[in-house]
Design a protein around this ligand. Structure first.
Ligand SMILES: [Zn+2]
Length: 89
């Protein structure tokens, strides 16, 4: 049956594709995410060198990172960030 043949080929292609995806994802995870900043992108406080070494591509100081983390957990944090951003404009 020709139909069965075609389906086998498609499955193999899918497996290849998922392996490629996985490899691409691993490479992305391992690669540094841009340069670490010496100063926080949010409040411009200096970021400690130990933190920059621990987190490749770090963009935020500990305080701003914690603020951002808690903003994801509590909706009130997002509102606070929104008002802070409008003050900057
Ligand atoms: Zn900061």
């Amino acid at each position: 049956m020709a139909g069965g043949w075609a389906r086998d080929g498609a499955v193999n292609e899918q497996i290849d594709a998922s392996i490629q995806d996985e490899l691409a994802r691993m490479k992305t995870r391992r690669a540094p995410q841009g340069d670490s900043l010496t100063h926080c992108a949010d409040c411009e406080e200096p970021i400690p060198e130990a933190r920059r070494r621990a987190i490749p591509g770090v963009k935020l100081c500990i305080e701003c990172q914690q603020e951002r983390d808690s903003a994801y957990q509590a909706r009130g944090g997002i509102n606070r960030r929104g008002s802070k951003d409008s003050q900057l404009k």
